[in-house]
Write a protein that binds this ligand. Structure first.
Ligand code: AHR
Length: 514
């Protein structure tokens, strides 16, 4: 064959490969600028239902469930493997009822507290500041403390900071030493109240801005390690006015992060079952999860107006799916199962966070154990890892990696007369030079053939992992805890300028390219 004919034929095939592809992800592997903070993969642990008691903590004297200083060993092992970067505590709504001094000192002398938000149960405060911060050390996770603004005082918060962070001689540092801890924990992340527009005090944004300024004025930095990171209680989903007022009214040198809470819920008065749902309900939840993209874009547009240099971060410190509680369980405990639908929420949402890592510097899935979209469920001595756990673990390759900008051209996933993009993606290159591409196909019935066009880098080998199951409703149970888990994935072909992949319906895939 003549040289011209070969070139023309090759050109034809390459053009065909790229232009005819319906689904196409174009990755600029040499144009990465922003790092995906590992803190995007944070978790949330509230005194709610069986998250703390029975989930994390079973007590030092428990002889039935193996534990280290009262913390379940199976949970420690699972969360270490997840590489949990930070853990938010003690709430949520609970935080604005919590008085930290009730949870220190000899356990027999600690007063009880009635959990008015969650089930009205009486707690013995046996899991307090020391137990939480020591547990974070065991997990190598940064603590993120949510301080009580709604029913606390400025002094109470200032003293908590002194108690956990002051290395010198002071009333609170001395009290900490008396309680058995010599060195401070150096807690960097502080939430100034939670959901101030609701359970945190039903405040207006104008009033909260003033309260925030007052509290922050007395947050002395005892850490000697680069200062405290102060997070303002942020908007609920699309309350853009909340973000605007905070950005306008709070001095920017007093603010490091503005929070945002967004739950994927169909209807607050009729949330539906976690495991028994129709495709219509699945679509609606995907729609709610996909809203995260618009929420981040709109909230950050407002932030850009007041803070064009992007000094203040957006912190999505509560997100996830929210359904009816499992039948027969306490409605105030928010215990729900976790299916492939939740894996889809997680995969899609984490792709959105990765792609917006210039502003989104931290996020916290609600919640770690036995509550809402949990990564772990426990039943006495039994424990299982949910599909959401597996997605978070597959994605931990993105921790502190360089985000690669990409564009996605995707078929629609249609239900009735509505549609959503079927495919979402994000990509990064880690410190070892390995590029990871995470791909999600939310379509409930159709597999998707997809071309990955990669510019600026050539790969000679690709490996993959997939999370998939037969039915969207599939989930792990205590009698079948490994029904859903990631397996090796090989439905791809490495081409000259990219990779051709076939994604099964409702699947999450992560490719490692070298
Ligand atoms: O995560 C459960 C609750 O949801 C939290 O306590 C609160 O902040 C939010 O409304």
């Amino acid at each position: 064959m003549k040289k011209e004919i070969i070139i023309t034929t090759l050109f034809f095939f390459i053009s065909f490969f790229y232009l005819s592809a319906q689904n196409r992800v174009t990755i600029n592997a040499d144009l990465g600028q922003d790092t995906i903070s590992r803190h995007i993969y944070g978790h949330f642990s509230e005194h709610l239902g069986r998250c703390i008691y029975g989930g994390f903590f079973v007590g030092e004297d428990n002889t039935k469930i193996p534990n280290e200083k009262g913390v379940r060993k199976d949970v420690l092992e699972a969360l270490r493997a997840l590489k949990v970067p930070n853990l938010r505590w003690p709430g949520g709504c609970f935080a604005d009822t919590y008085h930290w001094k009730d949870g220190i000192g000899p356990k027999s002398e600690r007063p009880t507290i009635v959990n008015t938000w969650w089930g009205g149960v009486t707690e013995d405060n046996s899991f307090g500041t020391h137990e939480f911060l020591n547990m974070c050390e065991m997990l190598d996770a940064e603590p993120y403390l949510s301080a009580n603004v709604g029913s606390g005082t400025v002094q109470e918060m200032a003293e908590w900071i002194q108690y956990v962070n002051h290395d010198g001689v002071s009333p609170m540092a001395d009290l900490r030493r008396k309680n058995g801890r010599e060195k401070p924990w150096a807690v960097k992340y502080w939430g100034v109240g939670n959901e101030a527009w609701g359970c945190g005090g039903n405040m207006t944004p104008e009033y909260y801005s003033d309260i925030y300024r007052q509290y922050v004025t007395f947050m002395a930095d005892w850490t000697n390690s680069g200062g405290l990171y102060r997070i303002a209680s942020g908007a609920s989903s699309g309350d853009y006015n909340w973000t605007e007022v905070l950005m306008k009214n709070i001095k920017h040198n007093m603010l490091d992060g503005v929070a945002l809470h967004h739950y994927s819920v169909i209807d607050w008065s009729n949330k539906g079952s976690a495991t028994d749902f129709s495709e219509k309900q699945y679509f609606e939840i995907m729609d709610r999860a996909f809203e995260m993209e618009e929420l981040i874009e709109r909230h950050t547009t407002i932030m850009d107006q007041y803070d064009p240099e992007e000094k203040i971060d957006l912190i999505v410190d509560e997100w996830g799916g929210w359904y009816d509680v499992e039948p027969g369980t306490n409605p105030g405990f928010l215990y729900q199962q976790n299916t492939m639908r939740d894996a889809m929420i997680a995969g899609m949402t984490l792709n959105i966070f990765n792609n917006h890592c210039d502003r989104v510097k931290m996020a916290n899935l609600a919640q770690t154990i036995n509550v809402l979209q949990a990564v772990i469920l426990t039943d006495e001595e039994k424990m299982l890892l949910t599909p959401t756990y597996h997605v978070m673990k597959m994605y931990n390759v993105h921790h502190d990696a360089l985000m690669l900008p990409l564009t996605v051209k995707s078929d629609s996933y249609k239900y009735d007369d509505q549609e959503l993009p079927a495919i979402s993606a994000s990509a990064s290159t880690d410190k070892m030079g390995v590029t990871h591409i995470s791909l999600v196909n939310i379509d409930a019935t159709q597999s998707k053939k997809l071309e990955l066009a990669i510019y600026g880098k050539n790969f000679s080998s690709v490996t993959g992992e997939i999370l998939h199951s037969d039915k969207l409703q599939d989930h792990n149970t205590f009698s079948d805890p490994e029904r859903i888990k990631p397996i090796g994935f090989s439905e791809f072909e490495l081409m000259d300028n990219g990779i051709s992949v076939t994604l099964p319906p409702f699947s999450v895939v992560v490719l490692a390219c070298k």
